[in-house]
Design a protein around this ligand. Structure first.
Ligand code: DQA
Length: 142
């Protein structure tokens, strides 16, 4: 099984950005965590990060016919991007949404998730562990 993990804008700033919300671990730490979880679960993973909405749309389209599923943390684009929602629907790959922080307990503008509308499930507010749970969601389905 091959999964594509997509991380959206400002997640490359982990460790620097708002550590009270996102913690002190860096984006490199997150990539390492995801690769380790993938090995543990016996699957292949490709991890992609971009600050650009169109690049994320391109990567989702690229996954069509190559990947078995997508794990996505669209970051701020979660709450704004119909283009990312449409791309996920277009490729029709099974998709799981992850957020490091508990967006449900944050500002009103974070209460909508467009990408989430194309996802089978979401892991929210579990920090890095949410990515492991997302991988396990795919491997448990077998
Ligand atoms: C986030 C939550 C979003 O609201 C925010 O814009 C992010 C990160 C999270 O992982 O908690 O950049 O997706």
């Amino acid at each position: 099984m091959k999964l594509l993990v997509i991380n959206g804008p400002n997640l490359n700033m982990l460790g620097i950005r708002e550590p009270d919300i996102y913690g002190s671990q860096t984006y490199a730490d997150l990539e390492g965590f995801i690769h380790h979880a993938a090995v543990e679960c016996g699957i292949q993973v490709e991890v992609f990060q971009s600050n650009h909405e169109g690049d994320i749309v391109d990567k989702i389209q690229w996954a069509y016919g190559k990947m078995d599923g997508i794990i996505i943390n669209p970051a701020a684009y979660t709450h704004t991007s119909i283009a990312i929602l449409d791309a996920l629907k277009a490729v029709s790959l099974p998709c799981v949404e992850v957020h490091l922080s508990d967006v449900r307990q944050r500002e009103p503008f974070r209460q909508v998730s467009y990408a989430g509308m194309a996802c089978e499930t979401s892991f929210i507010g579990l920090g890095f562990e949410g990515y492991r749970k997302a991988i396990q969601h795919f491997t448990k389905k077998g």
